[in-house]
Structures are given as C-alpha cells and as structure tokens.
Design a protein around this ligand. Structure first.
Ligand code: NAD
Length: 299
C-alpha cells in the first residue's frame, strides 16, 4: 500500500488519488495503537485533526515521504521532527478560509442581535420583544487578532458591513481594510474582538484576566481560531462580572468542552469546531489534499 487515509476524507479525493494510479488504504477510524503497528508500510498518510502525528509514531514511519493534513492547523503534528527525518508536511491552508470567515461574520450578527437566545425564547412559547433589543454592526469597531488569511477575509466582510477594523499581528503590519494598532490599543478600542491565530506557546492564554481588564465593558468576543488562546476560567469570570457582554466559541481548551461551566451562561453561544464545516470547504480541502498526495508520492 502507498497511501493511508487516517481520518474521514472526501470520497472524491480518495477516488482522485486512486485514478492517478496510487494504491490507497482507507481506514478513517484507525486507532493510535493500530496506526503505530502499520505506519511503516506507507509512503504517505492523510490526516485531519483527530490523528496526532507525534515523535514516537514518526519513529516507526520508516517509509514515510509525506504527511498530508487535510485542513489548516498543524498543531496535531510534530512538524519539525518529521521534517528532520526527511518527511514533508503538507496542508491545505486556503481551502477553508471562506467558511471560517463566514462563520465569524455569522457570530457577529448572532452576538449583536442574540439570535440563538431569541430562538430558545421562541421555543419556550415566549414573545420577549423588549428583552431582545439588539444593536447594529454598522459603525462598531472590530478588533482582529491574527491578520492572516482568515483574519483578512473577516476584515473584508466586516468592512462591507460598515465596521471599522483594528488589527494586531506581530508578523503583519499592513492589510486592506485594517488599521494596525498595538494589542493594548486593540483591546481598549474594540466593541467586538475576533481571534484568528494558531495556538502556540506565544499565544497560549493570550486572552487572560489582564487582557479582559483592558477591554471595553460589554465587549463581544469570538474565537473561531484555536482553543487555548483564551483562558476559559478567566473568560467565565469576565462573563459573570459583566465585563464581556457575549461570547461565541467554535473552539475550546478541551474538545468537546465536557464539564465546562461556560455553556451554563446565557451569553455564551457556540458550535462544535465546525469553522471549516461547509460542503464547499470540505470539497476544496479534499481536492487540494489529493493534489498534494499525488505530487508527493510521484515525485
Ligand atoms: P494564517 O497562518 O494565515 O494566519 C494566522 C496569523 O496569526 C498569522 O498572520 C500570524 O502572524 C498570526 N499570529 C501568530 N502569532 C500571533 C500572535 N501572538 N498574536 C497575533 N497574531 C499572531 O492562518 P489562517 O488560515 O488565517 O488560520 C487562522 C487560525 O484559524 C489558525 O489557528 C487555524 O488553525 C484556525 N482555523 C480554525 C478553523 C475552525 O474550524 N474553527 C478552521 C481553519 C482554521
């Protein structure tokens, strides 16, 4: 066998790899132990975030030429270690940009008009017109932390809604529709803050008690980036204190966030890490992953 599919992958992508004359073994539910046993047989593996590719697994992967991550984040792979062993690590960075940006914009509206809370109220047979006085996005300030592909796609969309975008990113200082400022200035001036950077040592708990103290009272927060960027205990306290007026989460420190008190609070809305979860994004991820597998195996 040449290619092992370790996580659920678009059937058309698998077909495209097979049509290129490459043998594929499709084991989308493979356990970590089973993977350890068979990885030596393969030249290429395709993973999503479920399968972790850590040093002990890489040590067993004696024939591996490439790890293809069907998605963006590489935090589930020991990239430097793999590359030190001559294994290429490839991903599909742009394929899900639009889907995540659209979910973020959806959360802007959901937080401003409390759409999920209104739906719950309607399901309970209530008609609470006064309770649900919302506010408009037009004229509000959106702070974007992490102005890479998704941060910039959010900025473009927010600009169309009449929002003013502030940006903070230690590695970027110019982009369309964004006024770049320091982190402290962004925290102090933003009505909404949205996070679009990876979870690294540098970004771990970047939004903590101290950061919350620097924000406007009643600020709305969105995290469609990565769990671990926000200190969830500090977030819970900031919500209880009324410092944060609402939060929308797609990603969590623990996934699923079992036992987290956050969802006991009315002002917390969320989704089960589905930022990239559109049919269009999944198809694009599959197509790009298939192209990368074919190139890696045939080179
Ligand atoms: P990207 O690499 O294009 O952008 C990330 C940006 O974060 C970069 O510009 C980088 O300079 C910046 N950054 C790094 N450290 C920072 C720091 N300390 N402070 C502020 N900014 C910092 O990546 P992208 O494609 O825009 O994706 C952004 C994030 O979204 C990634 O973490 C990715 O894992 C996540 N993501 C989530 C989903 C989902 O399903 N919710 C889907 C796709 C991507």
């Amino acid at each position: 066998m040449t290619v092992l599919i370790c996580d659920p992958t678009d059937p058309e992508a698998i077909q495209a790899i097979e049509e290129a004359g490459i043998e594929v073994d499709n084991k989308p539910d493979i356990t970590p132990d089973a993977l350890m046993e068979i990885i030596h047989k393969y030249e290429c593996i395709v993973v999503r975030s479920r399968t972790k590719v850590r040093e002990p697994l890489i040590d067993k992967a004696e024939n591996l030429k490439a790890i293809v991550r069907a998605g963006v984040g590489l935090d589930s792979i020991d990239v430097e270690y793999a590359e030190s062993k001559g294994i290429q690590v490839l991903n599909t960075p742009s394929a899900s940009t639009r889907a995540v940006a659209e979910l973020t914009v959806g959360y802007l509206f959901a937080l401003a008009r409390r759409i999920p809370q209104m739906t719950v109220s309607m399901r309970e047979g209530k008609w609470e017109k006064k309770k649900f006085l919302g506010f408009e996005l037009h004229g509000k300030t959106l702070g974007i932390i992490g102005t890479g592909r998704i941060g910039c796609a959010v900025a473009e969309r927010a600009d169309c809604l009449g929002m003013h975008n502030l940006g903070y990113d230690p590695y970027v200082n110019e982009a369309d529709h964004i006024e770049f400022v320091s982190m402290d200035e962004l925290l102090a001036r933003s009505d909404f803050i949205t996070l679009h950077m990876p979870h690294t040592e540098e970004t771990h708990h970047i939004i903590d008690t101290e950061a919350f103290q620097k924000m406007k009272d009643g600020v709305r927060l969105i995290n469609c980036g990565r769990g671990g960027i926000i200190d969830e205990d500090a977030l819970y306290q900031a919500l209880k204190d009324g410092k944060v007026g609402g939060v929308a989460l797609d990603v969590y420190e623990e996934e699923p966030p079992e036992g987290s008190p956050l969802f006991s609070l009315d002002e917390v809305i969320g989704s089960p890490h589905v930022g990239a979860g559109t049919g269009e994004a999944k198809a694009r991820v599959g197509q790009v992953a298939a192209q990368k597998v074919i190139k890696a195996v045939k080179s």
